[in-house]
Ligand binder design. Structure first.
Ligand SMILES: Nc1ncnc2c1ncn2[C@@H]1O[C@H](COP(=O)(O)OP(=O)(O)O)[C@@H](O)[C@H]1O
Ligand SMILES: Cc1cn([C@H]2C[C@H](O)[C@@H](COP(=O)(O)O)O2)c(=O)[nH]c1=O
Length: 216
């Protein structure tokens, strides 16, 4: 039975790498895939992994009907056995519904990859719809880690090195960026809720206020 599968995790946990591996293994067996992505850091129409691999993809732009795109390709003689969608959190809920139709009406497996929650710990609309519709939700096995060593479960945004909890939901960016740039850091829930990033934890540890007081 074809399936809609949502592979979810924090930023930097290996989602795009897995998407590329799934595509590679299937194409090695002669299966044909269509790869959609939206707003990849590497640019329009790219699916890129931090391990350095990148492949061409169809940019799933705002308002694009993904089901109609595939039907149109088939009517022109195109073939596909499965569909991969990276950065699926950026898709509109209607586009996730279209992916479900691709599974149910066209009989293709759809593998969607994305982060579940934004920098405020709120669901992205596309991810919410995937949670509502997916046949399966898979958490990636390679865990990204918080600076404290716990499994990272949430994504923090930093502006000028400070964690922020207000702003536009979508700001394309990366982890490990210079403090002057808007960037991201993965944290465990405890440290996300306490707004403690690696930098602020370091600063706190160095602060005279928290140094052990010794008797004169
Ligand atoms: N230099 C490296 N050596 C080994 N693994 C790396 C290196 N750089 C990145 N990675 C791996 O790649 C993962 C990020 O992969 P990527 O597919 O780009 O993540 P995602 O799509 O989830 O944001 C990291 O969690 C790490 O496991
Ligand atoms: C938390 C959060 C992230 N984003 C952006 C930042 C990146 O461009 C992508 C995630 O990509 P990855 O391959 O999973 O690392 O999402 C955003 O726009 N808003 C957010 O709140």
């Amino acid at each position: 039975m074809p399936e809609l599968v949502f592979f979810s995790g924090t930023m930097d946990c290996g989602k795009s790498t897995l998407a590329l591996q799934i595509g590679h293994n299937r194409s090695a067996r002669g299966l044909r895939g269509v790869i959609f992505t939206r707003d990849d850091r590497a640019g329009e129409g790219k699916l890129s992994s931090r391990l350095g691999l990148v492949t061409e993809a169809v940019e799933a732009s705002e308002g694009m009907d993904l089901y109609a795109y595939l039907v149109d390709q088939f009517s022109k003689g195109g073939k596909a056995d499965y569909v991969i969608v990276d950065e699926a959190q950026f898709l509109a809920p209607e586009q996730i519904d279209q992916l479900a139709r691709v599974v149910d009406d066209l009989g293709l497996d759809v593998f969607a990859f994305g982060i579940t929650t934004d920098f405020r710990t709120r669901l992205f609309p596309g991810s919410q719809r995937l949670i509502e519709l997916a046949d399966r939700i898979e958490q990636l096995q390679v865990e990204a880690l918080c600076w404290c060593g716990a499994r990272a479960t949430h994504n923090a945004r930093t502006v000028d090195g400070e964690m922020v909890v207000a702003g536009a939901q979508i700001v394309v960016g990366d982890v490990n960026r210079p403090a002057a740039e808007t960037g991201y850091e993965v944290l465990c829930r405890r440290h996300h809720l306490r707004r403690t990033t690696a930098a602020s934890a370091r600063a706190g540890a160095l602060s005279p206020d928290v140094l052990p007081v010794t008797a004169p």
